[in-house]
Write a protein that binds this ligand. Sequence first.
Ligand code: ADP
Ligand code: ZN
Length: 623
Amino acid sequence: MNQELLQDQRIISPLEILRTIFGYEHFLGMQEEIIDHIISGQDALILMPTGGGKSLCYQIPAMVREGVGIIISPLIALMQDQVDAMRQLGIKASFLNSTLKASEAARVEDELLNNRLDLLYVAPERLLTDRFMYLLEKSSISLFAIDEVHCVSQWGHDFRPEYIELSILQDQFPTIPRIGLTATADATTRQEIINRLGLNNARLFISSFDRPNIRYRVGLKKNPKQQLLDFIRYEQEDNSGIVYCLSRNKVESTADWLCEHGYTALPYHAGLEPAVRLKHQRRFLQEESIIIVATIAFGMGIDKPDVRFVAHLDLPKSIEAYYQETGRAGRDGQKAVAWMVYGLSDLVMQRKMVEESNADEQYKWIVKRKLDALLGYCETSQCRRQVMLNYFGEDPPDPCGNCDTCLEPVQTWDGTEVARKALSCIYRSGQRFGANYLIDMLLGNANEKLLRFGHDKLSTFGIGTELSVSEWRSVFRQLIASDIINVDITGFGGFRLTEKCRKILKGDEKVFFRKDPKGKATKQQKKKEAVIAWDMPGQEDLWDQLKSLRKKIASNQGVPAYIIFNDATLREMAIVHPRSLHEMRSITGVGKTKLERYGQMFLDVLLASQSYQRFPDQHPQKN
Ligand code: ADP
Ligand code: ZN
């Protein structure tokens, strides 16, 4: 237990720690139950979405239980920030990894041995050394928290071989509770974690994977760079965000394009020098109003809480990947947007990549099914959140009201007749051709290739003039999404009929298509959708003053701004207008230590602000 911080106050309960040290009023979701379970000395496996509040689940037990809590994390680049954040709260935390000099590491080891720490963050390879194991034997340990525990899964994309060796903890320290934590949801990975780490007796805590503050939006790809620019310009001005692209070239050109238009955008992909990558990642974590354009190499552990948007210019591989990537938005619980544009060619490209890989047939089959599920998500006329949570095996909630299909319900139309025409065309031309060719045939465009194959003579030539090219494209996408046709990648990407089309051709089943939304939103409408951290008109000055004070303090200490106070805390200050340090203490995120360090400075700004004088009635009258 942290004597200095806790003793004088006689803090004993987790709730008191939450309130006094973290400055939060209530536990979220399952936090309290988890914390009680761990304090009682038992193992746990915690599956909670990003931003769900996993860290408190081991931080508080580590403070209550005797000894130091060992946090094992693969994310070396983030350890400094995590430790800084803890120290800001007055918690005694340190880290050990390869970035430390020998003398610094020796000092930390000394702290460990002398029980002068609440939390010690350590990289798995460091933990597994003989030297560190020896130190652990001689120290008093409250718990082991294994963060990003899905890294133990050999089939996952974040596999780290050292994680498998962490099973040693069970043998060496059988009485010390072990806690695995991850934001990866699926059942196979979960079982693999339990087996490999011997967590058979761990209690499972699975939260809902819903991220209610993220608004999901999916649109058609027309002029992707311009679409992205419009999205940022009208809705995300001054916000931080991540843009995902499939290739390195596209990452570079998109970052350049955003820079040309006045944004701070940095590229991030596996082809850049490690030092450059690290620099870009650090700038992203520390600065405000910064955009990172990345391939999926920019991934796990992007702990920046105030990412306001994640944009996809290319289709991800699966719903899991999409969920994980979009999940990096809005960790702080404030409004955020997951925005994507996609087209049929994306799908064909993704499938080609799978087919051309060296993987075995079964693996390819699984990957293709996952891609199909993602296409189904894109093409749905249902609430997107429902489709996604359903996919993760959760009972579908009510329509969410915070995705594009909920906000602008999609019209559907009876496409049975049209579908039959498309299917006949595919069949008559031998199930070898893709969308462009088939659309020419449907519209009766006798191009050279068509003439060469003599397909202008087919009875289906020119039978589909009632739809435009883009409407036909939408029809083909939806036929693929509902598995009525599929793409033959072994050949040239031609469409083939599946079992499902039989009923439609026989007239036993109807097909409904979604109408692609036509109307272009006006600039005013777009402005209304804007995600801004500050939405109290007339008080922008106060917001700017609070932010610039925060920035000044942060840069003096060389830490990211959110570590001082996050946006939600600043907002609450501006809304509640505390008039004394006592009132300041009631603001969410203002704990004992931060109050002592920064309370007066922020209070001074609030007391001096014009809006304070303009709206005296709004101030809470506490006695
Ligand atoms: P995760 O590790 O699950 O992604 P974090 O532990 O980083 O999530 O928490 C996400 C955000 O929620 C952080 O800004 C954290 O300070 C905040 N938070 C966590 N628990 C609470 C709580 N009980 N009350 C208010 N805010 C909380
Ligand atoms: Zn919805």
